[in-house]
Design a protein around this ligand. Structure first.
Ligand code: PGA
Length: 252
């Protein structure tokens, strides 16, 4: 059975207004109908409702950039958003462990495992992001380091059902830099991560592994041609509806 292909747009803290987010979502919704891959838009928390409204009824799924790690649906947790609250907003998937949150909010290890657990329990698809920094890549230790991080995060979850898990390999040095990983190097990492996942759980053969890091319309087809690259997690180019759709078509 071929693995499902996914193209996910991570809008990060963009755009500024809910009106602009709703318009972008509406543009995507209108142009995504003929695609033969799963497409999702991941607006900031401030715009989940506005973007979600524009996406409702259409083929583009709504994602969130973060969720609360605690095992509670509501309570005294200022600034947090629970998995249940995200579900109530129509969210279907959630990013976990994006390198910007690892760097800026200090997220790692157990917290990431807990967030994935919360997502799995409540029926949200977790999109776990992993990737090495430039120093690690230059040291040649990137395959081992990224695999070790993956094993650390997923080992506490071995008794969970992983059928909805998505993995995204995003080398940190390629995020927002315009310097994308060459497709052969990305494929090598994806192959390695696939083997590591399979070593943890047999059902991981169906886990989509997406590439992220300066994916653009001009390089998407080269990634799509790689056997173990099952889609893209797109940052900057996801803010331009036509560019994002060109990328989605490459994986369709
Ligand atoms: P980029 O971001 O496409 O702008 O490099 C990717 C990401 O952070 O998910």
């Amino acid at each position: 059975m071929p693995r499902q292909q996914w193209v996910i747009g991570n809008w990060k803290m963009n755009p500024v207004t809910a009106k602009a987010a709703a318009e972008l979502a509406s543009d995507l919704s209108q142009s995504a109908s003929k695609l033969n891959c799963s497409v999702a838009a991941v607006p900031s928390a401030a715009h989940l409702a506005a973007a979600g409204n524009s996406l409702s009824e259409g083929p583009v799924l709504l994602g969130a950039q973060n969720l609360c790690a605690l095992e509670v649906a509501s309570g005294a947790h200022t600034g947090e958003i629970s998995a249940e609250q995200l579900k109530d907003l129509g969210v279907s998937l959630v990013l976990v462990g994006h390198s910007e949150r690892r760097a800026n909010q200090g997220e790692a290890g157990d917290v990431l495992s807990q967030k994935i657990q919360r997502a799995l329990e409540s029926g949200l698809r977790p999109v776990l992001c992993v990737g090495e920094d430039l120093a690690t890549r230059e040291s040649g230790n990137h395959l081992e380091q990224v695999a070790a991080d993956l094993v650390r995060v997923l080992t506490p979850l071995l008794d969970q059902d992983w059928s909805t898990l998505i993995l995204a390999y995003e080398p940190i040095w390629a995020i927002g830099t315009g310097r994308s990983a060459n497709p052969e190097d990305a494929e090598q990492m994806h192959q390695h991560l696939r083997a590591v996942l399979l070593g943890l759980k047999a059902e991981a053969q169906h886990t989509p592994i997406l590439y992220g890091g300066s994916v653009k319309p001009s390089n998407a087809a080269a990634y799509a041609a790689c056997a173990n690259i099952d889609g893209a997690l797109v940052g900057g180019a996801s803010l331009i509806a036509d560019d994002f759709m060109d990328i989605a078509r490459a994986f369709s």
